[in-house]
Design a protein around this ligand. Structure first.
Ligand code: 8IG
Length: 268
C-alpha cells in the first residue's frame, strides 16, 4: 500500500508548474487539444500571450522530426486563462499510454476544470457528412488500453459531460452526437472491420481522444469531445482513405470549426 502519487502524475505536475512559471499565470481554467483539421481555426482565439514548445516541458516526448514538435499556447480571453495544445501523442507512436495522456494530465494539473478534446475521424453513421463536427456522447475502446493503473475502478458512465453538451447544443441545435470508437492504428480499418465496429454501436472511428478523456475524467475534470468527420470510414465510399482527404476536409470546414471553438469559449 502506498499513498504516493504516481510518477506520471508527478511529471504532469512538474510540467504544469513550468507552464505557470513561464506564463506567470497561477492557473489555466480550460484546455483545448486541437486535432487535425482544427488548428487553423485557432486564429479566432487571437494572439497567445505565450507559446511554449512541448519539448521544453517535463515529460513531453521529443519529436523525431526537427521543427515538428507540438506546442502549447496560453491565452487570456475575457479574464479566463486557457491552454491550447497543438499536437498530441497517439498510441500508435509506441511511446506508451502515459505519453499519450501526459498533455491532458498536465492541463488538469495546470488547473483545467474543462478539457476540450478534438479530433478528425472517419464517419460510420450514414447520416454524417464530411466536414461535419459531431459531439462525442460516449466511446468504445477497441485498444483495451487504459491510462489508469492499479485497483482504481474509475466510473465511466458519464465521461463526456452531458451538462456541457447541452450548453453547446443550446448555441447550435444542429450539432449531432455520436459514439466514438478508438482504433489503435496507424492503419485505417478494413471495410469488414468498419462493418463490425458499426454493429458494435459506434458512429465515429479514430485513433485518439479516448485515453485523454479517461485520464481527464479520472482527475475530476469535465470533458467535451468533438470529432470532425473528415472521411467516410473504409468501404463506405468509393474512394480510398488518404491523409490528404483529411487535410482538405479540415480546410473546407474551417468556418464551421471556428464557430464551434467560439462557442466552446462560452461554456462554463
Ligand atoms: I481523419 O477512417 C481519420 N482518422 N481509425 N479511421 C480511423 N482513424 C481515422 C479515420 C478513419 N479517419
Amino acid at each position: 500500500m502506498s499513498d504516493q502519487i504516481s510518477q506520471p502524475l508527478v511529471a504532469a505536475q512538474s510540467a504544469a508548474k513550468e507552464i505557470a512559471e513561464i506564463t506567470g499565470k497561477a492557473s489555466h481554467e480550460m484546455s483545448f487539444t486541437l486535432g487535425s483539421g482544427w488548428s487553423d481555426a485557432a486564429s479566432i482565439f487571437g494572439e497567445p500571450t505565450h507559446k511554449i514548445e512541448m519539448s521544453k516541458l517535463t515529460g513531453f516526448a521529443t519529436s523525431t522530426v526537427a521543427g515538428h514538435g507540438g506546442h502549447i499556447s496560453s491565452y487570456t480571453i475575457n479574464n479566463k486563462n486557457i491552454l491550447i495544445f497543438f499536437g498530441r501523442t497517439h498510441l500508435y507512436e509506441g511511446k506508451g499510454i502515459d505519453a499519450v495522456v501526459h498533455g491532458t494530465r498536465t492541463a488538469v494539473s495546470a488547473g483545467a476544470k474543462i478539457v476540450v478534446l478534438t479530433n478528425a475521424c472517419g464517419g460510420i453513421n450514414p447520416n454524417y457528412s464530411v466536414g461535419q463536427p459531431v459531439l462525442i456522447r460516449d466511446h468504445i475502446s477497441l485498444t483495451g488500453i487504459s491510462p489508469i493503473k492499479g485497483a482504481n475502478f474509475v466510473d465511466l458512465t458519464d465521461v463526456y459531460s452531458a451538462r456541457l453538451r447541452a450548453q453547446l447544443k443550446s448555441y447550435d441545435p444542429t450539432l449531432a452526437e455520436g459514439v466514438y470508437a478508438h482504433w489503435p492504428g496507424p492503419t485505417y480499418e478494413t471495410p469488414a472491420e468498419i462493418r463490425m465496429i458499426g454493429i458494435l454501436g459506434a458512429d465515429l472511428v479514430g485513433m485518439s481522444t479516448v485515453p485523454e478523456a479517461i485520464a481527464a475524467h479520472a482527475m475530476g475534470a469535465e470533458v467535451i469531445g468533438i470529432s470532425l468527420v473528415t472521411n467516410p470510414a473504409a468501404g463506405l465510399s468509393k474512394n480510398k482513405l488518404s491523409h490528404e482527404e483529411v487535410i482538405a476536409a479540415g480546410k473546407a470546414s474551417a468556418e464551421k470549426v471556428g464557430k464551434l471553438l467560439e462557442n466552446l469559449l462560452k461554456v462554463s
